[in-house]
Write a protein that binds this ligand. Structure first.
Ligand code: FAD
Length: 550
């Protein structure tokens, strides 16, 4: 049996930050266990590699939802990272913090007791992590480990789209990360502006500790069970290269396996809804009905058009264009390899520009659809995606069976609440209007998905159901909550309720999804979790209520 102070399960966005900070700032001995491989392949450092990882299951687990009756039986692919660095290694690198109101809602879920999770309380963690190349105090950090900048290349379609959105009344914003992201503009990304390489949590937090013997990282190590003595977590059982290992944590076991796998691991270990565990033949350790519930994600629907010329990135990933772009990148660190292709976005409510944004709209200068709906190779094109920021329907993660290798059952309930489809339709109509407006209209040939002939809410709703895809942001399946909340899984300081020496620090803990891409918020949570674990932050009885009227 190997012994450590802490064991961190899952070497993703949250796990790497917690592990590194516990070693560096608390002088702890930490075992970090990651199911996926190391992040050595050079393509994992290239911004343009993003579309390549998405097309393969080498670094992603290709989960698929249960057939969704409200999507006419479609099961949607919902991939999650499986590599050291987790989502931060394979994601689209968008650096987005959401709306301050999202965090006020976290506090509300806690009845303002325990730990203050308001925007103001998290801001020091956002800024401590960050090394921004052109934005500074009070909203941004300089000198932190994580490089944040703009992409190195913008397509003519992205530029035209930003101008078109302004012509339609959405103001330009130079910074989405000040607490209210309303506006249109070029997004910040976790990219190193000097090398034009991706900056993952491995690059930012783990690489400086590579030779530190206090941090032991085992990749291709699948944790199968949390080991307990009574109600106290004592360590884990894991499998690596066909061999079973046990490891002990004298201080704490910390779960950071992501919003699908953390609840799965808790349930495999007997922590979860009593009835469900009994159905799967798993002995109950502790009844926590909220484990796996409250699944939230972002879902987006596309309008796709072909363009009159090569304004976007179609064909850049093969043949001579790829070789040319590769040489340009190697020699000058410029060109299409320095972009993920997801360059711009807008936050707004299509029905009322003065209201809190309900939609995040992306312009992707290529045809960007899930593999289960991509019918044909359409050539040069553009995809305008409307992503619903705060869906009302919530889903659930359960166990398929008691085998650790089985993927969990994911029931997302996409469009399970009528308001979610209604708001998505409003976004869709707006997106359709954008490609018909100047100046982007001059570049558009014709709408191909769903096609200009598809009109009327019923037909468009059918298109949304057929084409809706995940934004890759599952959260909430082990959510924080106050003491009287029966569905809360963790306390305000991220301890699993009713058990000792066990915490959750990843995307699972969010009571409600934030209004934006989730990686920055996960990293801030993990950064703060290291302080909570080390006792650097005092847990107070009651926190001030920070509410913002919008
Ligand atoms: C394709 C894609 C694109 C995205 N794009 C963006 C974006 O542009 N901007 C943004 O803000 N967010 C983006 N996200 C979301 C963001 O990356 C995630 O919200 C964030 O990474 C979640 O962090 P996490 O620590 O909770 O989980 P993860 O980063 O997913 O880490 C969990 C890790 O745990 C490991 N693991 C799971 N089970 C076990 C086990 N039993 N034993 C050991 N290890 C285990 C997994 O292999 C994984 O590496 C994207 C995500 C994906 C998948």
């Amino acid at each position: 049996m190997k012994g450590f102070d802490y064991i961190v399960v899952g070497g993703g966005s949250a796990g790497c930050i917690v592990a590194a900070r516990l070693v560096k700032e608390s002088n702890a001995r930490v075992l970090l266990l990651e199911a996926g491989s190391g992040d050595y392949h050079p393509v994992l450092k290239m911004p343009a590699g993003y579309m390549k990882y998405l097309a393969s299951d080498k670094y992603l687990t290709m989960h698929q939802t249960q057939p969704q009756p409200q999507l006419d039986g479609r099961g949607v692919i919902v991939p999650q990272a499986k590599v050291l660095g987790g989502g931060s290694t394979v994601n689209a690198m968008v650096y987005m913090r959401g709306h301050r109101q999202d965090y006020a809602e976290w506090n509300r879920a806690l009845r303002h007791t325990g730990v203050d999770w308001s925007w103001e309380a998290l801001l020091p963690h956002f800024t401590a992590i960050e090394d921004n190349d052109h934005l500074g105090a009070p909203s941004h950090g300089v000198g932190g480990p994580l490089k944040v900048s703009h992409l190195g290349h913008f397509s003519p379609l992205s530029r035209a789209w930003v101008k078109t959105m302004q012509a339609l009344g959405i103001p330009y914003t130079p910074d989405f990360n000040t607490g209210n992201p309303f506006g249109v503009g070029f997004m910040q990304h976790t990219i190193d502006w000097r090398t034009r390489k991706r900056c993952s949590v491995v690059d930012a937090f783990i690489a400086p500790l590579r030779d530190d013997s206090r941090l032991v990282i085992e990749t291709e190590a699948q944790v199968e069970e949390i080991l307990f003595e009574g109600t106290e977590a004592r360590g884990v059982r894991y499998r690596r290269h066909g061999v079973t290992h046990h490891a002990e944590a004298s201080k704490e076991t910390i779960l950071a396996a992501g919003a699908y796998q953390t609840p799965k691991l808790l349930m495999l270990s007997g922590v979860g809804p009593q009835d469900h565990l009994a159905e799967r033949g798993i002995a109950l350790r502790h009844h926590l009905p909220g484990v796996g519930r409250n699944l939230q994600d972002h879902y987006e629907v596309p309008v796709v058009a072909t363009t009159r010329g090569a304004f976007g990135y179609y064909g850049q990933d093969r043949g001579w264009p790829m070789i040319k772009a590769g040489i340009e990148y190697l020699l000058f660190k410029t060109g299409p390899v320095t972009t993920t292709g997801v360059e711009t976005c807008a936050f707004f409510d299509p029905l009322d520009f003065s209201a809190t944004p309900t939609i995040q709209m992306f312009c992707v200068p290529t045809v960007y659809l899930d593999r289960d709906v991509m019918g044909r190779d359409p050539g040069h094109g553009v995809t305008i995606n409307s992503l619903l920021l705060r869906p009302k329907a919530t889903g659930r993660v359960t166990l398929r069976d008691a085998h650790p290798a089985s993927l969990p059952v994911i029931d997302t309930q996409i469009f399970g609440h009528p308001d979610d489809l209604a708001r998505t339709l409003a976004g869709f109509h707006f997106a359709r209007g954008v490609i018909a407006a100047s100046p982007i209209a001059d570049m558009i040939e014709q709408e191909i998905f769903p096609g200009a002939e598809v009109t009327g809410d019923e037909a468009i709703a059918a298109h949304c159901k057929r084409m809706v895809k995940t934004g890759y942001h599952p959260v909430g399946t082990c959510r924080m909550g106050h003491e009287q909340d029966p569905m809360a899984v963790v306390t305000a300081d991220l301890r699993v309720r009713g058990l000792e020496k066990l915490r959750v620090v990843d995307a699972s803990i969010m009571p409600n999804i934030i209004s934006g891409n989730t990686n920055a918020a996960v990293m801030a949570v993990a950064h703060r979790a290291a302080d909570l674990i080390a006792g650097r932050e005092r847990v107070v009885e009651e926190t001030p209520c920070v509410e913002v009227a919008l």
